[in-house]
Design a protein around this ligand. Structure first.
Ligand code: SF4
Length: 784
């Protein structure tokens, strides 16, 4: 602060806490924000247009003029800080200066000056809570809220506290509330695990390491707030070594989910686990779970960016042994997405560490659809993969305000399919007491429980035999029953909402015909290589060089030019451009590169995909020069993201060889993801064992299995007429992949139609028509 600087005295309206802040620091912070981050995806279109292009100075001048403070920065900041001192995340959390809404990311940047610090704080009483949040708790609620704080711990980071000031959706997740005293709900929601020390096992191929029992922030919807869980003693490094030994002696374990609480708070345990597991030959992937990316990003920057640098170093070490680190994190609402979070994700992904996101579905927070569209689009630009939406969130005691009916989650799935890039749509799953299911493929709602209306029965893919090697008598528990087809149903606490979602029991299905048409594989390969343009336009686009299969996506031929680019430029709903060529996009990389440089200027597009069937059939075309070029075309960052991905196609597991894994790994080190789509072909790949093998092999080589096309893919349009897929096979395939594989192996089961893609079962309904099957497409109507 220089001696001539103006200093504002600030008093927060409810808490009466006081602070002072210099005009120069506010000015500097705002200039920096406007110069780098005043982009439509971060600030909203209106604000970005209002400040326009140019330097921070130029943009600030426009902002001052628009808010009535032309050439009066002092007046503007006096008014803005006055407004910021009054908000508390209540109903009116937005900040306006003379009718101009100030973006929440700019508000939190300025709150970093007004409420500085990076620590996290345990809250012991109501008065402390009020001081930190600027909230006034009514007299009638004070005693009850104190009881909540005494029963369930409250912990908040300064980062979360700042976000809570400008967002109700953030406060809703972390601030205590009196309804937490409601006893309805469970304390423990699962039974299917084997436990030994810090190790839990619920699936054959993966285990969980619980390295730390507490979190820097407690989410009010999470079971971790219950005392018996958070008060368990933390394991020691010796305990960690014992768990590592168990993994060493159990060759079926391929993946380890390292979690807690937050495992990054137990540094020694984390380092012991990673160093121990990296030496075990059969271990393929370490999945490190933390929510700090969202609510405590400082963790990654602290101590000279220790964890960021450590993860990058370990990723290289594991990569040299053919293994992988992934970071798993949670985001629930777009208001949680900070510049720091986007930077962390972008940096990790650019250095070969995939970051995947899971999202609990919370009533009155993210249960309508548009919030999730915005959330997932923002995260995707930085390089994240969207993995699961959990419907509903765990039904535990004290979180019933967050419970939403199953049917509202399913409705949101249709909204996402209509308005979000197919690459960003997570799997919609429920974590039953014996394991996860994916709605309408590996599991579904069977019926209401007759004895208690709070429960429903869910069909799962798991069988009694599945658990026999690692968890005793799961099928003998009262919350489990065997159904006529031989799999287990789980009793689950949830409201179904729409009763038509109950699908009933499935009787035992006889295996369909076992024809073998492997001799056709070579023909399919030739067809795939000869014409890689597969999309048809759902709407007229006026050019044969561009197709519009979805609201958010176009397929652009490498021969496209100004007319096609103008089409993309003029429609800001388009977020994804898939570049194709009749031969292969990599064969036309020069032309593709020129198009990408033009697309980069279009702020609404945040991903470009290159279709390359030759990734499978001719990986040698990916020379060092090609990979370097692809790396340069990929930009994962907070302010101007343009993510690059390679789309390929495998038809059978025997096509996948080690070279593909090496190539995917080289691309991943530059943050370039490779994913595969696969059409299901009767007699070629339509058995549960074949698809499971393909899923496993792709996962082990670091290639994402994106879509399994059940019907409608060009190769299927002719083949399936004479060699139709048996529809029950799809459930059997989905069940096997879910039961035997990693959750990260599971594809989306898709029907491609001329009006758009839909998920098998989840966003479509099949019915008989004219001797065949037709589908109702739930995401799309005439208005769409
Ligand atoms: S959701 Fe994760 S971060 Fe939040 S309290 Fe639970 S374990 Fe901790």
């Amino acid at each position: 602060m220089d001696s001539g600087d103006t200093v504002f005295q600030i008093e927060f309206s409810n808490s009466r806490q006081q602070t002072e802040i210099s005009l120069s620091s506010l000015h500097h912070k705002t200039l920096e924000f406007l110069e780098h981050y005043a982009k439509p995806h971060l600030t909203g279109k209106n604000f970005a247009e209002l400040v326009g292009e140019g330097s921070g100075e130029v943009r600030l001048a426009r902002l001052l003029a628009a808010t009535g403070f032309q050439n009066d920065a002092g007046g503007f900041f006096a008014e803005l800080t006055r407004k910021l001192s009054r908000i508390n995340g209540g109903e009116n959390a937005s900040v306006e200066v003379n009718s101009v809404e100030i973006p929440s990311l700019l508000c939190t940047a300025l709150l970093e000056l007004m409420m500085p610090g990076d620590k996290f704080i345990s809250i012991k009483d109501v008065a402390q809570f009020e001081n930190l949040t600027n909230v006034t708790v009514p007299g009638s609620e004070r005693d009850m809220l104190q009881e909540v704080i005494d029963t369930y711990p409250v912990r908040l980071s300064m980062h979360a506290l700042r976000q809570m000031r400008v967002s109700r959706a953030v406060g809703y997740q972390y601030a205590p509330f009196v309804q937490e005293l409601d006893p309805v709900g469970q304390v423990n929601t699962w039974i299917g695990q084997f436990h030994e020390g810090l190790l839990e096992q619920m699936y054959k191929n993966r285990v969980i390491f619980l390295l730390n029992m507490s979190c820097p922030v407690y989410c009010r919807f999470c079971f971790r707030k219950h005392k018996d869980l958070r008060n368990q003693p933390n394991p020691t490094p010796e305990d960690v070594l014992r768990a590592v030994e168990y993994v060493r002696n159990t060759p079926t374990i391929k993946e380890i989910v390292i979690t807690g609480g937050d495992p990054f708070l137990a540094k020694k345990n984390m380092m012991t686990a990673i160093d121990g597991l990296k030496e075990i030959p059969h271990v393929q992937t370490l999945r490190l779970a933390t929510r700090c990316v969202s609510y405590y990003p400082h963790l990654f920057y602290d101590k000279d960016r220790f964890w960021l640098e450590y993860l990058k170093m370990k990723s290289i070490e594991l990569g040299m042994k053919g293994k992988r680190i992934e970071l798993a994190t949670h985001f629930i609402h777009p208001d949680e997405v900070s510049i720091q979070a986007l930077d962390i994700i972008g940096e990790l992904v650019s250095n070969g560490i995939p970051v995947y996101v899971q999202t609990p579905f919370l009533k009155e927070c993210n249960d309508r659809g548009p919030e999730l569209v915005r959330l997932f689009s923002l995260l995707r630009g930085a390089g994240a993969e969207l993995h699961y939406i959990y419907i509903p969130c765990s039904p535990i005691q004290g979180n019933s305000v967050y419970w939403a009916p199953i049917s509202s989650g399913l409705n949101v799935a249709a909204h996402l399919r209509a308005h979000l890039s197919d690459r960003v749509i997570p799997r919609i799953c429920t974590a039953t007491p014996i394991g996860k299911i994916d709605w309408f493929s590996s599991g579904w709602a069977v019926e209401q429980d007759e004895s208690d209306e709070h429960f429903i029965w869910i069909r799962t893919p798991y069988t009694p035999g599945f658990f026999k090697d690692f968890a005793d008598n799961v099928d003998a528990q009262s919350v489990v029953r065997q159904n006529p087809e031989g799999t287990l149903d789980a009793r689950f606490m949830a409201e179904i909402g729409d009763k038509s979602c109950f699908l009933g029991k499935r009787s035992k299905v006889s295996a369909g015909d076992q024809e073998n048409h492997m001799d056709s594989l070579a023909r399919f390969r030739e067809e795939a290589l000869q014409n890689q343009k597969i999309a048809c336009s759902a709407v007229p686009v006026g050019s044969l060089r561009i197709a519009r299969p979805h609201e958010t996506r176009v397929e652009l031929d490498t021969g496209g030019g100004e007319q096609e680019l103008a089409y993309i430029r003029d429609d800001d709903r388009i977020t994804d451009v898939l570049i194709t060529s009749e031969t292969d996009a990599i064969d036309r990389l020069h032309e593709a590169g020129l198009l990408i440089e033009e697309i980069r200027r279009m702020r609404h597009v945040n991903a470009v995909r290159l279709r390359s069937v030759k990734f499978n059939y001719d990986p040698g075309i990916y020379t060092g020069a090609v990979i370097s070029r692809l790396a340069r075309l990929n930009s994962l960052n907070a302010d101007s993201p343009l993510r690059l991905e390679i789309e390929t196609q495998f038809l059978h597991s025997k096509e996948i060889i080690a070279d593909h894994g090496e190539l995917a790994s080289r691309l991943r080190r530059h943050g370039v993801t490779v994913y595969s789509n696969i059409p299901l072909l009767h007699g070629v790949n339509d058995t549960a064992s074949e698809i499971q093998k393909t899923a496993y092999t792709l996962r082990s080589l670091g290639i994402e299995f994106h879509h399994l096309y059940v019907a409608g893919h060009p190769i299927q349009r002719f083949w399936s007429r004479t060699h139709p897929i048996d529809i029950p096979d799809v459930s059997d395939i989905a069940s096997r992949v879910r039961m035997e594989g990693s959750g990260r192996e599971i594809p989306r089961y898709i029907i491609m139609t001329e009006l758009g893609e839909v998920d098998f079962g989840l966003t479509s309904r099949l019915f008989r028509r004219n001797g065949g099957l037709a589908a109702v497409l739930l995401p799309y109507d005439l208005e769409y």
